[in-house]
Design a binder for this molecule. Structure first.
Ligand code: PBG
Length: 329
């Protein structure tokens, strides 16, 4: 008789919330979440970003308040992006100590000290009038090695301003090694490098372009990875670890969870994933239409990214998620 009923019943483990909590394999903690923030030169008030409802370009003042909230919420860090008033062909604003990002880094570092790791996007694209992540050669292509020199100077400027973690996101060959050497030579051996190691050319960066007022025409397919390639990510990551990356990142997150899982298995350094602007915007748009339960979708997304192998998640939901995770609203 017993043959007609299953003796093995996995559902027993799911019967109550307490049992489910006991056997949950994956947890998301606020300390694992990093909040990306935008600071806009000359802004006196926060400026909403239409394609990212709930996210703003901060003024220097509102940025300081946001970062204080990140500390209070127990977040793992903040990642700063600058939106300059003026751009030029070589993106000189990124290495200028009075450039918007460096000024904001100094503000924020003064606000939080060592209480919260302050991170900075290390790239030229927000500062170049053509919108590319590097300087251009005469034929219009992105010049890898000329760009490396600019990244080295930018890293030192960011460290001097107070960045604890620089995040090179331009996908130039050799960028991590050059940045590490520049930081060491300038007396910043404790500044960390979070390498955007496996970064794919992605449609999911769309809203970010509005967030930083990007002037890019065309695409980044000669330097960012092709979404068709999985093995190649391991090669990129291995190079960055060899060059001295303290942490590596996979970006975007959701369409690349297989890559994230591979990377987690391949390296011993902490692995981050960037839950990007388009991933945020899709949930926001569906929720605004009443088509999806936003809070549930946020937690399910972050859990999935952790389950795939991320130690750290950069997410525009970081503050909201911290509230949800700690039971507050
Ligand atoms: C480059 C950079 C980008 C993002 C982070 N750093 C844009 C790009 O590579 O085109 C995208 C982040 C997002 O979409 O949330 N500085």
């Amino acid at each position: 008789m017993s043959g007609s009923f299953p003796a093995v019943r996995p559902r027993r483990l799911r019967r109550t919330p307490a049992l489910r909590r006991l056997v949950a394999e994956t947890a998301v903690r606020p300390s694992q979440l990093v909040l990306p923030v935008f600071v806009r030169e000359g802004a006196t008030e926060p400026v909403p970003i239409a394609s990212m409802p709930g996210v703003v370009q901060h003024s220097r003042d509102s940025l300081r308040k946001e970062v204080a909230q990140a500390v209070a919420a127990g977040l793992g860090g903040v990642m700063l992006f600058g939106v300059p008033e003026h751009k030029d062909a070589v993106g000189s604003g990124v290495e200028d100590p009075s450039g918007v990002l460096n000024v904001a880094l100094a503000d924020v570092a003064a606000e939080v000290g060592d209480e919260l790791p302050v991170m900075s996007d290390l790239c030229l694209d927000e500062f170049t009038d053509h919108g590319h992540c590097g300087v251009l050669a005469a034929d219009g292509s992105v010049d890898n090695d000329a760009t490396l020199a600019a990244y080295g100077r930018a890293a030192v400027a960011q460290a001097a301003a107070g960045s604890a973690v620089v995040g090179p996101s331009g996908m130039m060959d050799g960028q991590v090694g050059v940045i590490r050497a520049a930081l060491d030579a300038a007396g910043y051996p404790d500044t960390l490098v979070l390498a955007y190691a496996a970064k794919y050319a992605s449609a999911f960066y769309g809203p970010f372009r509005e967030a930083v007022g990007s002037s890019l025409r065309g695409d980044r397919r000669t330097y960012q990875q092709d979404g068709a390639n999985r093995r190649e990510a391991l090669r990129e990551v291995a190079l960055d670890v060899d060059e001295g990356a303290d942490m590596v990142m996979v970006k975007p997150a959701l369409a690349y969870l297989d890559v994230l899982s591979d990377v987690r298995a391949a390296v011993d350094v902490p692995v981050a994933a960037y839950n990007v602007s388009g991933e945020y915007a899709m949930v926001a748009a569906a929720a605004a239409n009443g088509w999806i339960d936003r809070d549930a979708a946020v937690l399910e997304t972050l859990t999935a990214i952790r389950r795939a192998g991320a130690d750290v998640i950069l997410t525009y939901w970081a503050l909201d998620a911290a509230r949800l995770l700690t039971g507050g609203r």
